[in-house]
Design a protein around this ligand. Structure first.
Ligand SMILES: [Zn+2]
Length: 152
């Protein structure tokens, strides 16, 4: 399934959108301080779609998939890329919001000293990022984001 989902490379000023895309399970990378031509090379190599807020970049006559984001607001930005994204629940929380790595199920017993007691008592499903160690569960933050997404 992984290969059927669009993958993205975003310009640095779209970091927040990248986090939302990861939350929905999309592969969304942001590279800091690399040149435009290097971005294009990576977009083509990894078959990504380049999301940018720069009209100049989007009009480039080089060959690569790109999409111009017009709004500065996250809600509007998500609407703008609606044609690329579907919103099935099982996509959610499959990727680390911070580092774009896939998350893995982790046994509740293994993380009992890493999350607050009341979280442990109220949740059974936990996911972990093997790169940064961040632990995810479907708490209030998750519900807020779900709400925002379902409103779109
Ligand atoms: Zn991570």
């Amino acid at each position: 399934m992984e290969t059927l989902k669009p993958k993205f490379l975003l310009s640095e000023n779209l970091n927040r959108l990248a986090r939302y895309l990861r939350m929905m399970g999309y592969d969304a990378v942001v590279y800091k301080s690399i040149s435009f031509s290097n971005k294009i090379r990576l977009v083509n190599k990894d078959r990504r779609i380049y999301l940018t807020r720069s009209p100049k970049e989007s009009k480039s006559n080089q060959k690569f998939n790109r999409f111009l984001i017009k709004s500065v607001k996250i809600d509007e930005q998500l609407k703008e890329i609606k044609k690329y994204i579907t919103f099935p629940n099982d996509f959610l929380f499959s990727r680390c919001i911070e580092c774009n790595k896939l998350l893995y199920q982790i046994d509740k017993g293994k993380i009992s000293n890493l999350v607050p007691e009341y979280i442990l008592q109220n949740h059974n499903d936990f996911l972990v990022c093997r790169k940064c160690g961040k632990i995810y569960w479907k708490g209030t933050h998750y519900q807020d984001m779900m709400k925002k997404l379902s409103e779109l």
